[in-house]
Design a binder for this molecule. Structure first.
Ligand code: 5GP
Length: 193
C-alpha cells in the first residue's frame, strides 16, 4: 500500500532493537483518515471472503480494528491483556510473550463474544515475532470459530512472524519492512527496487 509506505518513510522512526516507531500516526496519535484507507485496503484484499467478526488485541490494534470493522460492517472484539493469576469464568485464554516488553501475559476473550459460527478476521498494527497473532489464532481455534485470515498494517519481514502465520492462514500485510537502519533511518520495503 503505497500511501502507507510513503507515510512510514516520512514519519516513521527507526529505534534500537529493531523497533519502528510510528507514534505520530498509528500507535499514539492516530490518523483516522489513513485508518479509513487501511480499512478499505483490507476490504479489497479480503474481498470474496465471508467475514462476520474482527478480532484484535489491546491496545494498539484497537483503533485500526474499529475503523476496519466499520468498513466491513461487522462487530469488533479485542482480546484483553490481564495479569490476573486465576482467570475464572467464561473466557478463552492463552499466554502471549510480549515483543515490546519482553514478558509473558495472559490474553482473554469472553466466550459470549467468540464462538462457533463466527468467521474471524484478525487485525493488528504490527507483526514481528508473531506471538500476539499466534495467541489470537489460538483463541479462535479454542472457540470453534473459523479463522478467515489476518490483516496486518506493518510486517517486519526480517522477523519470523510472517512466515509462521502464512503457513496457518491467509495473511495480508500492507507494508512489509525488509530492513531498517537505525543509524541512517533508512527503511527498505519488500517490493522496492
Ligand atoms: P509480535 O508478537 O509479533 O512479536 O509483536 C506484535 C506486537 O508488538 C504488536 O502488536 C506491536 O504492538 C508490538 N510491536 C512489535 N514490533 C514493533 C515495532 O517495531 N514497532 C511498534 N511500534 N510496535 C511493535
Amino acid at each position: 500500500m503505497q500511501l502507507l509506505k510513503d507515510r512510514i518513510r516520512k514519519d516513521g522512526k527507526v529505534k534500537e532493537g529493531n523497533v519502528l516507531k510510528v507514534d505520530s500516526f498509528l500507535n499514539h496519535q492516530m490518523d483516522v483518515k489513513l485508518f479509513r484507507e487501511i480499512g478499505k485496503e483490507f476490504q479489497r484484499r479480503f474481498a470474496g471472503e465471508e467475514i462476520t467478526k474482527i478480532l484484535t488485541i489491546e491496545a494498539s490494534g484497537i483503533g485500526i480494528a474499529c475503523i476496519a470493522a466499520e468498513v466491513f460492517d461487522v462487530p469488533v472484539v479485542f482480546a484483553k491483556k490481564t495479569q490476573t493469576k486465576n482467570i475464572a469464568g467464561d473466557v478463552y485464554t492463552t499466554k502471549v510473550e510480549s515483543f515490546t516488553h519482553g514478558r509473558i501475559y495472559d490474553i482473554i476473550v469472553a466466550k459470549e463474544f467468540l464462538g462457533k459460527g463466527d468467521k474471524v478476521l484478525l487485525i493488528d498494527d504490527f507483526l514481528a515475532n508473531g506471538k500476539a497473532l499466534e495467541g489470537l489464532v489460538q483463541l479462535v481455534e479454542d472457540s470453534g470459530a473459523e479463522l478467515v485470515g489476518a490483516g496486518i498494517v506493518v510486517e517486519k519481514g526480517f522477523q519470523p512472524g510472517g512466515d509462521m502465520l502464512r503457513k496457518r492462514t491467509h495473511l495480508e500485510s500492507l507494508a512489509i519492512v525488509e530492513s531498517m537502519n537505525e543509524k541512517t533511518g533508512e527503511i527498505v520495503f519488500r517490493g522496492d527496487e
